[in-house]
Write a protein that binds this ligand. Structure first.
Ligand code: PEP
Ligand code: MN
Length: 332
């Protein structure tokens, strides 16, 4: 249940009530909000004259639910806006991993040359094998920061566990929580205490309900800037790396107030269908796309088979513009 307290209730009193109810206490638009589990269906009698309004739910999808906040949340990324009424599709490009200054500089130059703003590169890679490239870690993060400063781009990089989350929060404009880290309580709690935008990727074995509950961890700690990312789930199909759940996308768009970014690169796992999938995703009216591109995919240290060349990325970008326009969106 979500309870919005009367304006007359002081911060201290709200905090005390939260302790009594074992509820989360956040402030939005100067309103004190208490959030309990969805198991609570009735306002406790002692609170009756302290409540402005309240919402009852049938699952722990609460702050993220349209029934609580009908309009899509608006999120600022640098000087760009997604969500709200912006009708923007943020095209995020860059390599799977930051590999060297030379490589990430070429990616930064590509993004800039297309008039785009957001560069992505992984530094702490959650690999399936311990023998694969694990990323450059902090040195990679510093290379991204260098590109941010030199090219005036915003940057996004992923956290794979809580040991390096603070440095990512400090330096990255968007904090990406990887699919394998979706349940990581250390990461979720750290992300709930910042106001930086957090992009949560759906675990490939997670239901939509579990996915939005991961978002609730961040929202209930007071960070309102949460973006969901569908990147494919595991099904019986082995012909593609994962299955991009577009029905799930429709469900999330219908039920939640969170901006949504789609990642066809990790879903398909091969370059050949990425441009057409990206167009299909764009046609759904989404808030962003995350597409992997590498100056020389053949020698990429991770996800080599799915990264577009810069030429392919450029062509895809131009082909997305009319599709976005047709559904009232603009690629930024
Ligand atoms: C990535 O974005 O490079 C990545 C590892 O993705 P995911 O967490 O979706 O597997
Ligand atoms: Mn990748």
């Amino acid at each position: 249940m979500i309870l919005q307290l009367h304006k007359s209730i002081s911060t201290q009193e709200a905090a005390n009530l939260a302790v009594e109810l074992r509820a989360f206490h956040i402030t939005t638009n100067d309103n004190h909000i208490l959030i309990t589990s969805s198991g609570m269906k009735e306002v406790p009698v002692e609170l009756e004259n302290k409540i402005e309004q309240y919402w009852v739910f049938n699952s722990d999808m609460q702050l993220s639910a349209k029934s609580f906040l009908p309009q899509k949340r608006q999120i600022c990324i640098g000087d760009k806006i997604i969500g709200g009424n912006s009708m923007h599709t943020l095209l995020i490009g860059g390599p799977c991993s930051v590999e060297s200054e030379e490589q990430i500089r070429q990616s930064a130059a590509l993004i800039t040359s297309l008039g785009l703003t957001t560069l992505r590169g992984g530094c702490y890679k959650p690999r399936t094998s311990p023998y694969s490239f694990q990323g450059l870690g902090y040195d990679g993060l510093m290379l991204l920061v260098k590109m941010k400063e030199e090219y005036g781009l915003t940057i996004i990089t992923e956290a794979k566990d809580a040991t390096h989350i603070e440095e990512i929060i400090e330096h990255s404009d968007i904090i990406q929580i990887g699919a394998k880290a979706m349940y990581d309580q250390g990461i979720l709690h750290a992300c709930s205490r910042t106001t930086k935008p957090v992009l949560i990727k759906r675990g490939f074995g997670s239901t939509l309900q579990e996915f939005v509950q991961a978002a609730e961890f961040v929202l209930s700690g007071g960070n309102e800037n949460v973006i969901l990312c569908e990147r494919g789930i595991r099904t019986f199909e082995t012909g593609t790396r994962f299955t991009l759940d577009l029905c799930g996308v429709a469900w999330l768009q219908h039920h939640t107030n969170l901006p949504l970014i789609l990642d066809p690169s990790h879903a398909l796992g091969k370059t050949y269908g990425i441009p057409s999938l990206a167009r299909a995703c764009t046609a759904m009216g989404v808030d962003g796309l995350l597409i992997e591109t590498h100056p020389n995919p053949k020698v990429a240290n991770s996800d080599a088979s799915q990264q577009l060349t810069h030429e392919e990325f450029t062509q895809m970008y131009h082909s997305l513009k009319p599709v976005a326009e047709a559904v009232g969106y603009k690629i930024i």
